[in-house]
Design a protein around this ligand. Sequence first.
Ligand SMILES: [Zn+2]
Length: 298
Amino acid sequence: MILSVRRLAACCALGTALAGCGGPGLPHTTGAESPTAPPAASPAAPAATADAQPPPPTLAPGPEGQAPVFEHGPRGGGKTVALTFDTDMTADQGPRAASGERFDNPELIGTLRRLKVPSTVFMTGRWAEEYPDQARSIGADPLFEVANHSYSHHAYTARCYGLPTLAPQRMRADVDRAFAAFRAAGVARTVPYFRFPGGCYDRTALRAIAGSGVTAVQWDVVGGDAFATDPDAVAREVLRGVRPGSVVVLHCTRSAAPATERALRTVVPELRERGYRFVRVSELIRASDQGGRGQGAG
Ligand SMILES: [Zn+2]
């Protein structure tokens, strides 16, 4: 299945198959019915931190105990924007990494540091196993927060851009296995946020992962960097979509998102010129607890 690359959000390279992730322009829920009411923010959070900092904010559970879903921060809470970077790596891509394919992007992390851009990295457990030094370095840097993008980057619904599908009874374990991989890599601190591979979820998936205590984090701006080779096109896509409180999905993997780092060199100064302040997802969720709307149509 070849989808328009510009409309893909998250890259999910499987062999030569182009398996992308849906953004607002694609049906990222397969047979899903999102919770109808925005959950109220709650200070409760699982013990995912390893230091004395206050626990990161999470949202209250959705209907029927489902994991809550966050899509963007308050629209009226000032010009804040959260750049998020998914480090995709499927469980079976080890041989490709061994043969030289680079699923990491240290240049991108370096640019975020140089430009001092607070960011949230949605890391797969498999990626942390492949690049433990980088995972540990990102986790130790207060500029970043490390969130969960599953262990295996397999789909949590059927028909998710060609990704292999996890059975519901294996979903919770997949989330937990990613957190375990982060700990094994030495990641000092994580936040209890989870991004579904491909952005694909439904009520079954939200129920399946609820016990992990995570807040599912989607997005309202698709960077379109999956398999993009033109950084200017990626930059235009981001700049066109950002509104106050936006969550932007981008990728931190060179093989499947080779233009992202260069796009940032345009996006970051331009958004600052427009008066935007970069924040981590946790700050947007916290702001939602102060009168904002934590979930919207995007
Ligand atoms: Zn992904």
